[in-house]
Ligand binder design. Sequence first.
Ligand SMILES: [Zn+2]
Length: 288
Amino acid sequence: MPARAPRVTRSEAVVIRHRRFGDSDRIVTLLTPARGKIDAIAKGALRPRSRLAGHLEPLTHAEVLLAHGRNLDIITQAQTLEGFATIRDDLDRLSLALYLLELADRFTVEHAEADAVYRLLLIALLRLARGDGEQLVARSFELGLLDATGFRPEWRDCAACGEPVSPDALAWSPLAGGVICAACRGSHPEAGPIDASVLKVLRYIQQEPYEEAARVRLTPELASGLERVMHELMRAMAERDLGSARFLSEVRQTPRAAAGEEDAEDSAAVAASAEPLPAYTEPDSRNA
Ligand SMILES: [Zn+2]
């Protein structure tokens, strides 16, 4: 019997991913409001009759009881608060949800408060679960995430010099994190064109309340334009500041097929095994 009872805390969490640990345990990566991203052991989670396992699948909002271990916390109890069944039943929504989990993972570090990111993620998942438009859920999560983590993109004035950008010469740079004015084009050879209507919607989503932005009608063309810009931006931000090559390849592929594999031990949130989709083309000017 231990001399002291371990300190135990109760927390809500979103399960980001898990991986096998030994013969019968799992290490579960949780995003929590107060403690940020943490790894914790779910003992016996690989055993058939585990009481924990079903509550600790990726894409679960759960309440967990954590006993503080020497190295890793130990999950002693877990209870599903929301299992997001309506997301799991729809491959497109599931793929998008896994992408959001991956983003939340990439833009947080362990043991650093992540209350804002936690809330953004949970709200986005709840919106997705109730059937909101996938494009808006994704784009508003991405923009909110960049905002919350200090990478707010600049869609109005030049991201390089701060001067207003002429509507006649619209360009943007994922590396600079926003639009680029004509005068700064020379020092940003990677900058490429951006559609005026895409830019307008990005500004709108960034500035207006979600419910207002939800009224914007997105044509398929506009939606794919928005997706292309935001995926490129998320990749650039993650690459520049988090140095994640894996993230780069995953976003390029856009998670699709990895969804729904309940027994994917490594991480259901990883689309590494997914078939590469014909994604958007890279701007060739980057090598200029
Ligand atoms: Zn400029």
